[in-house]
Design a protein around this ligand. Structure first.
Ligand code: TYD
Length: 132
């Protein structure tokens, strides 16, 4: 399983840093939705789903958290702690997020509107999904 981390150009000067997110330029899909998670309680693990079609990019705006990716054959975890890095969450990949720092603000860009029918929330169903 290939994990795609997108390096976002930082525009820095003596005042600080700025990152721009641009559809079709550094973001490889049309941005239809943006959501963010914050004030996540210590020890909480969330996600526990895969998407059927939706492509997403996760960026930690502040703090850190860890992503677990599972393609049904292999599991990989990756720490996200840099606001200048975007982590692609491709469809068909089971993902969980955990070890949130108290100050973590996790923003996600998505190429489609929220639609519960795009979610696979049952792990057994996920393992069978796409197979004949
Ligand atoms: P949920 O899917 O449980 O979050 P996660 O699986 O990432 O831990 O979402 C929490 C609630 O927010 C749930 O009631 C659905 C709602 N929600 C929206 O209304 N729009 C959205 O874009 C998202 C991601 C969630």
């Amino acid at each position: 399983m290939k994990i795609e981390l997108i390096s976002l150009q930082q525009h820095g000067d003596e005042r600080g840093l700025l990152v721009a997110l641009e559809e079709g330029r550094n973001i490889p899909f049309n941005i239809k939705r943006v959501y963010y998670m914050y004030d996540t309680l210590q020890g909480i693990r969330r996600g526990f789903h895969a998407h059927k079609k939706t492509r997403q990019l996760a960026i930690v705006m502040k703090g850190f958290c860890t992503f677990l990716f599972d393609d049904g054959n292999e599991k990989k975890s990756i720490l996200l702690d840099n606001p200048a890095q975007g982590l692609m969450i491709e469809p068909g990949i089971w993902h969980e997020m955990y070890d949130f720092s108290n100050d973590c603000i996790l923003m996600v860009l998505a190429d489609d509107l929220y639609d519960e029918s795009d979610y696979i929330r049952n792990y057994q169903e996920f393992l069978g999904w796409g197979k004949i």
